[in-house]
Design a protein around this ligand. Structure first.
Ligand code: ISE
Length: 333
């Protein structure tokens, strides 16, 4: 059976999801799209052979839509995910599940009341071949016990309206999720340091930031977050372990050394760097729905990432250490 998917929000990522579903993912079609910009919705709909809907509510209620991708602006995720749960439809919700932990709690409560999981959170790095290999090597144990994980997350640039809290809930949230997935643990406390900000930082943006996460099982996670790095997009992850280190580079396949110089290309943007991860994530989600239990990060994972990002935002503002306090983890997860 072909899964008929509705996509809410067709900006950069929603358009990429729609094209992936239409061109690369088997077992699914894009049946409907919605965007607050109706011209954009009409354009994407015509590209993928879908219908442009007049509202997100109409898309969710439509009997011709079996499952929904939520890729609208971050502040709309929770409301739209809740509407999908009310309609009993599976959702692939972009990160963050909700910028506010209270909304993430409400989503988990709605799933608990229903007695089953409908939400998958779009932490697509869990499908990136580099991170998958890093996790496999860590599990194999050949470098010993992880002690420190150093992460680099640099964006070419962001809008002038970006705030420090947005950098944490929208960008650092990826490292918050992927490191607990790599290490198989939770976080207990967080600290954030900032010094000089680059010239492109607006009044409410401290950039770059250094984030330190203490884990419950011991290793320290460090994240350098630089959202106005200008030269391109770069994500790296290095695990320092008791018997060696493992470094996941920025995804470039070839590093050229010539004429006394070493070079490799830098991706300009995140969509290109994580192209494979987005496709693999979507295929895994589509494949899993027929089983009734959606694959990938759950609402619990989305909730944890939101709580930790919120603690980081408070630590950045107050310059102190913040404890991570999580609610009880329900059976469902
Ligand atoms: C963006 O929203 C993403 O999800 C990218 O993966 C991330 O690296 C970037 O920092 C975010 O702004």
């Amino acid at each position: 059976m072909t899964l008929r998917v509705g996509v809410i929000g067709v900006g950069n990522i929603g358009t990429a999801h729609s094209l992936n579903l239409a061109r690369y993912v088997s077992g699914a079609t894009v049946a409907a799209v919605f965007d607050a910009d109706m011209d954009r919705a009409a354009h994407v709909a015509s590209e993928v052979g879908a219908v442009a809907m007049a509202s997100y509510e109409a898309l969710i209620e439509d009997p011709g839509v079996d499952a929904v991708v939520v890729s609208s602006p971050d502040n709309s995720h929770a409301e739209q995910a809740m509407a999908c749960i009310a309609a009993g439809k599976f959702v692939l919700c972009e990160k963050p599940l909700a910028p506010d932990p209270a909304d993430a709690l409400a989503i988990m409560a709605a799933e608990a009341a229903l007695g089953r999981r409908l939400i998958t959170v779009g932490f697509m790095r869990r499908f990136d071949p580099g991170y998958v290999e890093l996790r496999r090597r860590l599990r194999a144990g050949d470098v010993g016990v992880p002690l420190i994980v150093r992460n680099i997350h640099r964006n070419q640039g962001v809008l002038p309206t970006q705030t420090t809290a947005m950098s944490l809930t929208n960008s650092a949230v990826h490292e918050i999720d992927i490191n607990r997935w790599l290490l198989g643990c939770e976080y207990s406390s967080v600290r954030v340091m900032s010094g000089l900000s680059g010239p492109r930082s607006g009044r409410d943006l401290q950039d770059p930031l250094l984030v330190f996460l203490q884990t419950t099982s011991g290793p320290i996670v460090e994240i350098e977050l630089f959202v106005n790095a200008t030269f391109g997009y770069e994500v790296r992850c290095e695990v320092v372990a008791s018997n060696g280190t493992l470094l996941m580079g920025d995804g470039a396949l070839i590093t050229e050394s010539q004429g006394g110089q070493r070079r490799r290309p830098v991706h300009p943007q995140w969509l290109g760097r994580f192209e494979d991860a987005y496709r693999l994530e979507m295929q895994s989600w589509v494949d899993s729905i027929s089983s009734g239990v959606p694959a990938g990060p759950s609402a619990w994972d989305g909730y944890v990432a939101t709580v930790v990002a919120g603690a980081c935002a408070e630590a950045a503002e107050n310059g102190d250490e913040r404890q991570v306090e999580l609610t009880h983890k329900a059976e469902l997860y």
